[in-house]
Design a protein around this ligand. Structure first.
Ligand code: SAJ
Length: 434
């Protein structure tokens, strides 16, 4: 741990920090800062969340997070409340969802702007305001102009991967985009207290673009993988084998196809570029392609069942979180696949060992597969990877027909086949084409 009272040879200028928004990013960040000696006030407008954190209840299923939160609370350095208070620095970590009001989706800055309004009465000259929420280019400048105090301000995007938040919070490099150089330098003082990675300073608009470019790069790469899956189906080629072999090239790294891109980041952030630029054609197309994958997967299933001639088909969905081993169902492609199957008169039951809240009822494994015709794997949870022969034979006893459709290439297909299942894989190039 780095010394708090002096960083390098400089005297520490920030002692008390107010973190606004105690979600996936704010809560770990506030706890990390408190555990590194800062006096931290964590603020969230949701009273229930604040009470749950005070009572040290698990509100986010993220490895190691509760230990960190408990340590921060017990150290006396972290207090949580619903209203901000005076501090040396304020860090805004609130969501920036999409608003869809006809035309292309846009960034909804409501939560960020309301966080700014809430801290305004507590701001003094010389304070530092930091934004970590993902925002369109030039938003930091716009917000700076809304504040009539002589403050420092910087944009410092979060870059951590849900599922590995604590590790990445410490290890990842950070980008800090100051409204001016002094602001970036001051913000660096805070982050270097707990970040082991490099810290790079730039201006705020560059930092905003960097964050959006990172997630857009991943979205476009996944869109390419999804398009390859469709093309390979036409060519009788297994896309997974083909990607694996293409990635043997030293400069090729194609990601995995799947039922679509979900979560609160990659499925949203590229739109923030599209909304601001006339030149973002590829970015828009990739977003649309990924958004259309749940429909594509649903159509494959519908076509398959037409061939099978099964009356009143019942399908069992395995996994509804937006990706494996997390509890987050926001923007999950599973929701769209399920909606589409229901509209095609399928009976649908759902099993997810991680999800807690979802738009449709969640079942125990036995209830989910009972009398089912087909298992459809939509999320790459480890629990699905780890099914063993005995588990599969128990599953097969409860099912009416033994079909499994794997959209993530996550199952051990051989043991499912050995247990009498017909196994279909998204992009396997042999059985499906729509
Ligand atoms: N997915 C695929 N194929 C792949 C990889 C992912 O279909 O090969 C899907 C996932 O199943 C999921 C979605 O994409 O539905 C996004 O998952 P992810 O693991 O790629 O990313 P996120 O959204 O959990 O986190 C991303 C990360 N950004 C990058 O890797 C560039 C993370 O570092 C960011 O901090 C986070 O967005 C964020 O908060 O912006």
């Amino acid at each position: 741990m780095k010394q708090l009272d002096t960083i390098g040879t400089k005297q520490k200028k920030i002692n008390k920090i107010c973190v606004i928004g105690l979600g996936y990013i704010g809560l770990p960040t506030a706890s990390m800062l408190a555990n590194h000696g800062y006096s931290v006030v964590g603020v969230d407008i949701d009273k229930k969340r604040v009470e749950a954190i005070k009572n040290e209840e698990l509100i986010i299923d993220e490895q190691g997070l509760m230990t960190l939160v408990k340590g921060a609370i017990n150290s006396g350095n972290l207090k949580v409340k619903v209203e901000p208070e005076e501090a040396d620095a304020f860090i805004i970590c609130v969501p920036t969802p999409l608003k869809k009001e006809g035309g292309a989706p846009k960034c909804d800055l409501t939560y960020v702007l309301s966080a700014v309004e809430n801290i305004k009465p507590h701001l003094k000259d010389g304070n530092l305001v930091l934004i970590e929420s993902t925002i369109p280019p030039k938003t930091t400048e716009m917000i700076y102009n809304l504040i009539d105090k002589d403050i420092y301000m910087a944009y410092c995007p979060e870059r951590v991967l849900p599922g590995k938040i604590l590790k990445e919070l410490v290890e990842n490099d950070r980008i800090i985009g100051g409204i001016n150089e002094e602001s970036a330098e001051l913000a660096k003082e805070i982050y270097e207290s707990f970040v082991d990675g490099n810290i790079y300073l730039t201006n705020s608009t560059t930092a905003e673009m960097v964050k959006l470019m990172e997630n857009t790069y991943r979205d476009v790469n996944i869109a390419l993988a999804n398009e390859f899956a469709k093309v390979c189906n036409e060519m009788d080629v297994n896309v997974w084998d083909a990607i694996n072999l293409a990635n043997k090239h030293p400069r090729v790294n194609i990601l995995n196809p799947g039922p679509g891109v979900g979560g609160h980041c990659i499925s949203i952030d590229p739109w923030f570029i599209v909304e601001k630029s006339k030149n973002a054609d590829l970015i828009k197309r990739a977003r649309e392609l990924n958004d259309n994958m749940p429909k594509y997967v649903c159509n494959l299933i519908v076509e398959e069942f037409k061939k099978l001639n099964i009356d009143n088909p019942k399908v069992s969905i395995f996994g509804v979180t937006y990706k494996g081993n997390v509890d987050d169902t926001r923007e999950s492609p599973a929701k769209k696949v399920i909606e589409c199957l229901l509209s095609n008169n399928f009976e649908v039951s759902i099993y997810d060992p991680h999800a807690k809240i979802f738009e449709y009822p969640l079942n125990k494994l036995e209830d989910c597969i009972s009398n089912s015709d087909c298992i459809i794997v939509l999320t790459d949870h480890d629990e699905f990877k780890n099914f063993e022969k005995d588990d599969i034979s128990e599953i097969s006893k409860l099912m009416r027909n033994k079909i499994v459709i794997d959209t993530r290439n996550v199952l051990n297909h051989n043991i499912w086949k050995e247990s009498g299942f017909e196994v279909k894989l998204l992009g396997d190039g042999t059985t499906w084409s729509v």
